[in-house]
Write a protein that binds this ligand. Sequence first.
Ligand code: IPD
Ligand code: CA
Ligand code: CA
Length: 252
Amino acid sequence: METKFKFAQDLIQEAGSFIRDEMAKTLKIEEKTQFDDLVTNLDKATQDLMIAKIIKNYPNDFIFAEEDGVRHSVEHGNVWVLDPIDGTVNFIVQGEHFAVMIAYFEDGIGKFGLIYDVMGDLLYCGGGSFPVCVNGKPIPRYQDTPLNRTLLGTNAGMFADNYHGIRDLAKQTLGVRVYGGAGISMTQVMLGHLLGYFSCIQPWDYAAALIMGENLGYTLLTIDGEKPDFSTRQSIMFVPKAKLPEIKTYIK
Ligand code: IPD
Ligand code: CA
Ligand code: CA
């Protein structure tokens, strides 16, 4: 597993360096389901690059990736879950605050996860039998903090609608922060900079953080408190396990 974990770290950094090199060229931007659901030629080219390297090195492994309908269930065999650019809107508009994400599963068991903040050059990785580190430095486990000394990460629409009581929970904290990328938001939870992250996202958006978070005292559940299904878009929360009972008094 160590060789595979090292391969994944090299791969995600190569993907990031490819994006940094290519992003100065004119992007081809397409709308997917609606005007704010965007994909670029670089999302697709980065995914292609990652898949080609995985299949060359591990020809019997499977892929579950965001673009072009590449979908193999994480439950069966050795499966790589890929989000080539998480925060594509940030990537297009800001040219920063986006990430590449990888999660690796064997028969449904998460073995490691990686989130690479490309422009910040910050690699968060670990989980399973590996310590969770940022650029090689171990991240401490969750340390209990009262709600009124925390900030909450949330999807802006869900906050505005007080979806399942998210605004009620936010009112117990010092405020909300909206980063515009699931991956980068969840790294902020793991660092203890956010109490939690609430959003409506897909398996490739949450897989890496779920695996890493388990080693640090966090849990990723649907807003109803169930395990996510790893196949559809769901409303999720990524929160400290120790805080779940208190959070559930606000989240209905
Ligand atoms: C999106 C981002 C965004 C979240 C969306 C995701 P993408 O991923 O993580 O923050 O609100 O639901 O789809 O499309 O940029 O990979
Ligand atoms: Ca994503
Ligand atoms: Ca993406």
